[in-house]
Design a protein around this ligand. Structure first.
Ligand SMILES: Cc1ncc(C[n+]2csc(CCOP(=O)(O)OP(=O)(O)O)c2C)c(N)n1
Length: 275
């Protein structure tokens, strides 16, 4: 990130950040702020809403408007902000626990409503801050602090969930693809409906050390080996897709967003003509 970007959006004196070596949250923060800069977002018109957890600490670093909310409820707060101040750029940054475990219901309905929020989900495959417990995105048979003999449950595909629930824009990236991530976040911010960017970044402290990736370099190597650009992924046979995941823009649509539809409701109400 350039000094100018840092000066514009980062609170003075906050670096070095608190996240563990090998964690992708810092890379994601850098990509987010560079995307803000490229879109010339003002601090006054930008609101970053977070939940609870390591990822939820991100708002501590920002000079934009920021709201640190309760676990699993960041999307509910952000929905309120966007519904009543539609001109604001509202970004919601959550962990996998925040977004699709405790916050799963809010997530589905934010997608369904297609409200113009940009959600960035840092999927580190576990509840990081509380000690690496299994979450709904821990891969099947992976080891976590609560699944010492392997996780017997299947994992959510967050992007597939967002797609079927109605999100306008869905993308996936990793900290091993920082520049691409910045471009995807920019496209997500530019979309008028609900946008999701999932960042797959195995928690080095809890997940990595239990799953043969104790060092940053191993985690990055794993990401490089398993993340496949979506154009290439679509051409792979089912057997070749095993263990891999597509990255890039997975869904891009221009369905009407909540604020556009709600402005019609307001116009009808002003004219006094209920259905
Ligand atoms: C309602 C509620 N339940 C549980 C907690 C305890 N808690 C704090 S952080 C956390 C884990 C967060 O995991 P995730 O959202 O995946 O974020 P990460 O720390 O992995 O970035 C939990 C369960 C809480 N603060 N509030």
């Amino acid at each position: 990130m350039t000094h100018a970007t840092g000066r514009k959006y980062l609170r003075p004196g906050v670096l070095p950040h608190m996240w563990c070596a090998g964690c992708g949250i810092g890379t994601m923060l850098g990509a987010l702020l560079r995307a803000f800069e490229e879109l010339d977002y003002s601090r006054a018109d930008t609101v970053v809403v977070t939940g609870i957890g390591c990822t939820g600490k991100l708002d501590d670093y920002l000079l934009t408007n920021a709201l640190h909310t309760t676990h699993g409820r960041a999307l509910a707060y952000a929905t309120g902000i966007k519904a009543f101040r539609p001109h604001l750029n509202v970004v919601v940054v959550m962990g996998d626990g925040d977004s699709v475990n405790i916050g799963g219901n809010h997530f589905i309905h934010a997608c369904r409503r297609n409200i113009g929020l940009t959600a960035i989900v840092l999927n580190n495959f576990n509840f990081g801050m509380t000690g690496g417990q299994a979450s709904a995105t821990s891969p099947e048979w992976s080891f976590t602090s609560t699944t010492s003999y392997g996780n017997p449950e299947r994992a959510f595909d967050i992007c597939a969930l967002a797609e079927v629930a109605g999100a306008n824009y869905v993308a996936r990236s990793t900290p091993g693809h920082g520049w691409e991530m910045q471009g995807l976040i920019k496209r997500a911010l530019a979309n008028r409906g609900f946008s999701l960017v999932e960042v797959i970044s195995p928690c080095p402290t809890h997940f990595g050390r239990r799953n043969d990736m104790p060092e940053t370099v191993q985690s990055l190597r794993w990401l490089k080996q398993h993340a496949v650009p979506v154009e290439r992924y679509r051409g792979l046979a089912a057997a070749e897709r095993q263990g891999c995941f597509p990255i890039g823009t997975l869904v891009e649509r221009d369905e009407p967003d909540f604020s556009t539809n709600y402005s019609r409701v307001r116009a009808r109400a002003a004219e006094g003509r209920p259905a």
